[in-house]
Structure formats: structure tokens, C-alpha cells
Design a protein around this ligand. Structure first.
Ligand code: SF4
Length: 321
């Protein structure tokens, strides 16, 4: 992993180490764990050691920084596609302090996206000087996959950063982010009763799940976030549907993906995230109406599912400060 990234929302990926421990439902089908196992590294779980890298790997961002400076551009670096950069495990804080933080300081033309499912560790592990004076090339980001994990957005907002982002991938349920982007909530969340009504989230990324065991995403969950971002003036980036494509999202011309006509698995998804397989709904084929709040979903594969939401792409980025 490194060099030019294939992840749509970043120019590069950099991994200070490989390995992690699962913390929430978004981790259930962690692609990084699968990739590590496939390439022969047993680095997952609290008892496994992590995989570390030599100095040549750590020199790569210095070259990226020079290239960005020469081009007169800023380049985004996603830090930790194969780990969680704020994990608390033996040896990791030493690596952060001795290597990662100095590297970030030494690369001012790179915007470092520090994405974590452990935002409560930012205050413990970030340099004190950064908490006093947030660095302009550091983006604090956390994952919110469902309303149950809105507390992570709250913790992020309370941590000093020059700018912040939410990664809502894989999105597993309806989430009302209004109070976290400075607008009123649409409804009272059953999971969140806090007073937050503040601006401070600069970017929201939404995506569906890919790979083995991927769970489908309801279009109304995505629409609600898109509309709230529009209302609040927060850049919204829709990465992709993942493996499953909902009915009504078949592209600009409404063409039905071939897979739908050639035996793709399909079922019904409720607003609460319950997937009801076709075998249970055998009497009602594609073209029949689902009940209120339900939508038919088809496992067409990530490439065919694409990233059109109601016929258009949403690929907004925040202005770098
Ligand atoms: S926190 Fe990220 S890297 Fe760690 S197990 Fe979860 S999804 Fe995988």
C-alpha cells in the first residue's frame, strides 16, 4: 500500500504499520484484515504483533511532498488504510511520536487524513503542541456507521483540529448528523440526546460496503445525509454504493444492470437495516412494490453499482485551509 492510491478521495495512502483490533460493526468485514491475511500477515487482534516498516517506506511521503510542492498543489494522504492510526497497542505510541508526527511536520504540502474509530484517543496520543495549536495539514476524521456511534463525532468536535471529517462507511443505518454540522436534527435520535449544535465538521464521506458479506445500504439513509450537508453547506462526497445497488438507482438512463436480469441475489432492505432475502419474499419479484420504507436491493458488484445517487455524482472536497 502506498504511492498513488486507488481510494477515490485521497491522492496517496500511507501505513505507519499494519494490524488492528475490531471495535464496532463497521469492522465486521474489515478489508484490511482480509488483505493482511491473504498476503501472509497475522496482525489482527490484541494479542497479535503489528507489522512495521523500514526507513525506505518512511521516506516515501517526503518524495510526495516534494512532488506536490513542485506542482504547486496540495495532496491528501490517507494515513492508515491497513490499521487504525489511534489504536492503543504496544509500541504504537513510540512510532507515532518518533516517526509519524515528525514526518507530518516535515511535509507541509501534504494534508494528512487521520481517520480513526477511536477518536477518544486523539487527546491522549496527539502531541500536546498540536492540541494547543492545531496543524493546518492535519485532518481529524472519525467513522460513524450508525446513530449508535454518533458519540465519535461529538468527541471529534471537542478535539482541536484545523479541520475535521466524518467517514460514514460502511453506512449501516439512518444517521441524523444535523446537530454535528450546525443544523437542527430532523427527528429526535433514539441514540443521541446530547446538546451538540455546532459547526466544525468540514467534510462528510458516505460509502457502502464491499467484499464478502457486504451489507446493503438504503438510499434514504444516503439522501438524508446529502440533504443535511447541502443545508449546512458542508462538502459531501459519495464514494460508492458498495456491492448492492438499490432499485431506483440504476443510472442516469435508468438502464437495469445486466446482473439484475441475470440472476443477481436480491432482497428487500428496511429503513431499520433489516435485509430480507428473496427466498423469504419469493412471491414478490423485481418490479413489485416494496412496503413503505422498504427498497429492493440487488447484489450487482461494486463496479456495476457505481456511485450515482439519484442520477448524479457527489464528489465534493473541503477547501484546504
Ligand atoms: S478499526 Fe479499521 S482497520 Fe481496525 S479492524 Fe476496524 S475497520 Fe479494520
Amino acid at each position: 500500500m502506498g504511492a498513488n492510491s486507488r481510494i477515490e478521495w485521497t491522492h496517496r495512502t500511507f501505513n505507519p504499520w499494519w494490524g488492528c483490533t475490531k471495535v464496532s460493526p463497521a469492522c465486521d468485514h474489515c478489508y484490511a484484515e482480509r488483505w493482511a491475511k491473504r498476503t501472509g500477515f497475522d496482525v489482527w487482534g490484541k494479542d497479535a504483533s503489528r507489522r512495521f516498516f523500514n526507513d525506505s517506506k518512511w521516506d516515501e511521503p517526503l518524495r510526495w511532498d516534494r512532488a506536490a510542492a513542485k506542482a504547486g498543489e496540495r495532496h491528501r494522504v490517507f494515513c492508515g488504510s491497513m490499521c487504525d492510526v489511534m489504536e492503543d497497542a504496544p509500541g504504537l505510541q513510540e512510532i507515532r511520536e518518533a516517526k509519524l508526527y515528525p514526518l507530518i511536520e516535515a511535509t507541509p504540502f501534504l494534508d494528512w487524513l487521520l481517520l480513526t474509530k477511536r477518536p477518544q484517543n486523539f487527546r491522549r496520543f496527539l502531541p500536546a503542541a498540536w492540541l494547543d495549536r492545531p496543524r493546518p495539514n492535519v485532518v481529524g476524521m472519525t467513522t460513524v456507521e450508525s446513530e449508535r456511534y454518533l458519540w465519535r463525532a461529538d468527541v471529534l468536535l471537542r478535539t482541536p483540529f484545523s479541520w475535521r471529517g466524518l467517514s460514514m462507511e460502511p453506512l449501516l443505518g439512518h444517521v441524523d448528523i444535523g446537530p454535528f454540522i450546525g443544523i437542527k436534527p430532523r427527528k429526535l435520535s433514539s441514540e443521541w440526546h446530547g446538546p451538540t449544535l455546532t459547526r466544525g465538521i468540514d467534510w462528510v464521506i458516505v460509502g457502502g460496503e464491499s467484499g464478502h458479506g457486504a451489507r446493503p445500504m438504503h438510499p434514504d439513509w444516503v439522501r438524508a445525509i446529502r440533504d443535511q450537508c447541502l443545508e449546512a453547506g458542508v462538502p459531501f462526497f459519495f464514494k460508492q454504493w458498495g456491492e448492492w445497488l438499490p432499485q431506483g438507482q440504476f443510472g442516469t438512463d435508468g438502464d437495469t444492470p445486466t446482473a439484475v436480469n441475470t440472476g443477481a441475489r436480491w432482497g428487500v432492505l428496511t429503513m431499520d437495516g433489516e435485509y430480507i432475502a428473496q427466498t423469504t419474499r419469493w412471491m414478490r419479484g423485481p418490479g413489485w412494490y416494496a412496503d413503505d420504507g422498504e427498497v429492493y436491493v440487488y447484489r450487482v458488484g461494486k463496479r456495476d453499482a457505481g456511485r450515482l445517487l439519484d442520477g448524479r455524482e457527489h464528489l465534493e472536497f473541503p477547501e484546504t485551509r
